[in-house]
Design a binder for this molecule. Structure first.
Ligand code: GDP
Length: 307
């Protein structure tokens, strides 16, 4: 199975998918448009969330960073007049250092991620595939009345408060998807693509924006799980960003984001969504508060993916 992932909603679902689809290879294609070099190291927020979730060390209170991490280096840097605008825990930073060293040794981001996954004890059948091997070359930019902000600046430093006029992915036209991503999507045996409950604009949007990806999806059975329940995103700025891009903030808006290749849309049990013929709408509880919710939703997806 192929899964498209950002850094919160889909990782939550991965907890259950990993258990329920335990006989299968999971190819997780992960957004890298929020990646950023900080203090000499490459931070890949979404790849890290996927790694930490599958390694069982994710901070599930915040859905970023390693649980029970310390912040000695972050605080020491501040005392040295070198403040970082993101809070980076010590264990989290170790991942960034190891990744960056592997890149400096000439490894690709895909290879570096595989090496990290092995060190974390993540089974081989789970392939974590950064969407491109050209690190930090696609950058999500948020256009606000005061100018353009890097996504991290908008969301972390400014807490998502500025008005959003537009969102675009700087560099997307010059960047290729990684070989591993294309290979996974070209495999005929991988018929099912699951678009997890991630932000359709800033997490799934960059993956879909890479050359050839939308075309490859037309040959697949594509199942998307809505990150919107009712008229709000479960968390994060998806609602604000969808609105800025002219989409309705509703399961229908999610459907319109994926319409050209979508086969199945999974929405909340209390929601409605009108779709064109050829797209099935399935209703279930799509809120993931605990690991057992993730397992239940993954079991539901398995049952319906076999039909
Ligand atoms: P990001 O990289 O941190 O933005 O993470 P994602 O894009 O993977 O996840 C953010 C999206 O996940 C938001 O749009 C949320 O609405 C959605 N989300 C978070 N928790 C849940 C949940 O429990 N259920 C569903 N259906 N969506 C969720």
């Amino acid at each position: 199975m192929i899964i498209f992932s950002g850094g919160t909603g889909t990782p939550k679902l991965l907890v259950g998918l990993e258990k329920v689809f335990k006989e299968e290879e999971l190819n997780i294609i992960v957004n890298t448009a929020e990646d950023i070099w900080i203090s000499g190291n490459l931070l890949c927020p979404d790849v890290d969330s996927v790694l930490y979730t599958l390694a069982g060390i994710m901070d599930k209170k915040t859905w970023w960073g390693v649980k029970d991490d310390s912040f000695h280096t972050h605080n020491a840097l501040e005392r040295l007049q070198h403040p970082e605008h993101l809070m980076i825990g010590d264990n989290d930073r170790a991942t960034h250092i190891a990744r960056s060293e592997l890149l400096r040794q000439g490894k690709s981001l895909t290879e570096a991620t595989a090496a990290l996954a092995r060190s974390f004890g993540i089974p081989d059948r789970i392939k974590i595939l950064p969407m491109t091997d050209e690190p930090a070359t696609v950058r999500t930019k948020i256009l606000t009345p005061e100018g353009e902000l890097h996504f991290q600046e908008f969301w972390v430093a400014r807490k998502g408060e500025p008005e959003v006029l537009d969102v675009h992915f700087e560099g997307i036209d010059e960047v290729n998807p990684s070989e591993a991503v294309v290979e996974a999507l070209e495999k005929e045996s991988e018929a099912l693509v699951l678009i997890g409950p991630s932000n359709p604009i800033t997490s799934v949007g960059p993956i879909l924006g890479l050359k050839g990806i939308r075309e490859l999806l037309k040959w697949k059975i594509v199942m998307a799980i809505s990150p919107i329940v009712g008229t709000e995103a479960v968390s994060g700025p998806a609602g604000k960003l969808m609105r800025a891009k002219g989409f309705d903030v509703s399961p229908y808006g999610v459907y319109t984001c994926y319409k050209e290749f979508l086969d199945v849309l999974v929405i909340d049990k209390n929601d409605e969504c009108a779709v064109d013929t050829g797209v099935d709408v399935l209703k279930t509880d799509i809120m993931i508060k605990k690991d057992k919710d993730s397992k239940r939703l993954a079991t539901f997806l398995k049952k319906h993916s076999m039909r």
